[in-house]
Ligand binder design. Structure first.
Ligand code: DC
Length: 440
């Protein structure tokens, strides 16, 4: 099943100061989705009501007001053409927003706008108090973030640029009580949400936890794992393979591993770049032999008809990435010779822009010397792998709605070519003069 289809919603609920905004924003960026802060919507309504002196206990009047408001909460918060990003965080709004948010009439209006927002944006990361319970009960991932009360008060104070006080602590506790105690859509821990206590976690750690829900660790057979161990041992024994930068392969989520291609040995050698399970394409004629086909299946290969232009191969690759896996793709297409990285095929850039996967270039030095094109046997020379930092697509054009401009593909492809050339040169220079054990 695809995990990143159009209109994918990630719901993040939790009390104030649990880290929702920081996490939601980082997660959205990583997934190439937009981010919606529904709290900001309740704040905008509160600000408008205060400005127009509307009785905050009058739910019907407030709902009427919402209908007349034109506002956007995409990054900055704009109300009737005015940027109110600062005003909605004032202490006056802080103290009264829970009263406004408690009215079911107001909630009904805003929930409708939140659903429309998701339709218009083709999915997104949505944070609030009732997202998984009321707004998007069908969300693909549901997370409830929490943290110790004092930590939350500190974070809130930091956001507002003030020092934490007894009063701030009491304010957080009071708002929690109001949000959890109200009748309409109270803040509760949804039954099917994953609870993450962020008290002692860094934001990247929380993001990784959430990504693991979206993309659970893969299970592969004992046979596969045995083959990987054997590949590592062989690489070490036969070519004394050294690896630099394996931390550059993200621990979770879709990755296109894009190695240099100078030798048939590259398939085996590149597997040293990461411990994660790998997927790759192979000619479909290999599946004619049932035994070989079964072997290839268990090694993570999938059949391709006629090179990468094949539609099925593209769809399969895309599915592998949408499921958060690591795909090996040689951007040079076929085996080349020499030090230059010339024109690349556009498959890697295209897939990255369509799925949001990052591309990790891998320079492999020494494989051509070990077994060049045309050779029938290999030599016992040294090999060095230089794993470069991931290249993230700046924008993701997911689904049919997102038209993918040629210029975006060419630009990303050129970035990859430069990075691949650099990683190849780094690998070659390290092979010529290896790093000392202290890394200097
Ligand atoms: O997340 P925040 O502090 O900006 O939220 C402001 C208020 O809005 C808070 O009192 C809870 C309320 N709220 C809500 O009731 N439902 C949401 N989905 C989001 C926020």
């Amino acid at each position: 099943m695809s995990t990143m289809g159009p209109d994918m919603v990630i719901a993040i609920d939790g009390p104030s100061g649990a880290g929702k905004s920081t996490i939601a924003r980082a997660l959205a960026e990583q997934l190439g989705l937009d981010w919606l802060d529904t709290g900001a919507m309740y704040r905008v309504v509160t600000l408008a009501a205060l400005r127009e002196n509307i009785d905050l206990d009058d739910g019907d009047k407030l709902a009427e007001l919402v209908k007349t408001l034109v506002f956007e909460v995409d990054g900055s918060v704009v109300l009737n053409g005015e940027d109110v990003s600062t005003q909605i965080r004032s202490s006056q709004v802080d103290e009264t927003v829970s009263i406004v948010a408690a009215h079911p009439q107001v909630r009904r209006e805003l929930v409708e706008r939140q659903r429309q927002w998701i339709k218009a944006h083709g999915g997104g990361v949505v944070e609030g108090r009732d997202i998984a319970t009321v707004v998007f009960p069908e969300a693909r991932v549901k997370v409830y973030l929490t943290a110790a009360e004092e930590t939350r008060a500190h974070r809130r104070a930091q956001e507002d640029g003030v020092t934490v006080s007894e009063e701030a602590l009491e304010r957080v506790a009071r708002r929690d009580r109001l949000d959890s105690g109200r009748k309409a859509s109270p803040l509760v821990v949804p039954r099917d949400s994953t609870v993450i206590d962020t008290t002692s976690l860094t934001p990247p750690e929380v993001v990784t936890e959430i990504l693991k829900i979206l993309w659970p660790p893969e299970r592969r057979s004992l046979f596969y794992r045995g083959c990987r161990v054997a590949a590592r041992l062989l690489s070490k024994l036969l070519w004394r393979v050294q690896i630099e930068g394996s931390d550059n392969v993200p621990e979770v989520g879709p990755v296109i591993l894009a190695p240099i291609h100078r030798s048939n040995l590259d398939f085996l050698l590149v597997s040293n770049a990461t411990r994660r399970h790998l997927w790759y394409m192979a000619k479909d004629s290999l599946w004619k032999s049932r035994a070989l086909g079964r072997l290839l299946d268990s090694l993570g290969a999938f059949p391709v008809k006629r090179g990468f232009a094949d539609r099925d191969a593209f769809d399969l690759s895309r599915r592998v990435l949408e499921e958060g896996k690591v795909l090996i793709l040689f951007p040079e297409g076929t085996r080349r010779s020499g030090s230059r990285v010339d024109e690349l095929q556009e498959g890697a850039a295209y897939l990255a822009l369509k799925t949001g996967a990052c591309i990790v270039p891998v320079g492999i030095a020494g494989s051509e010397e070990a077994m060049p094109k045309g050779a029938h046997w290999f030599k016992l020379t040294k090999v060095y792998l230089y794993v470069a930092p991931p290249i993230h697509p700046q924008q993701v054009f997911r689904g049919r709605r997102g038209h993918l401009p040629r210029s975006a593909v060419s630009a990303l492809n050129e970035n990859l070519r430069v990075a691949l050339q650099h990683s190849f040169e780094m690998a070659k220079s390290r092979l010529a003069s290896p790093l000392s054990p202290d890394g200097s």
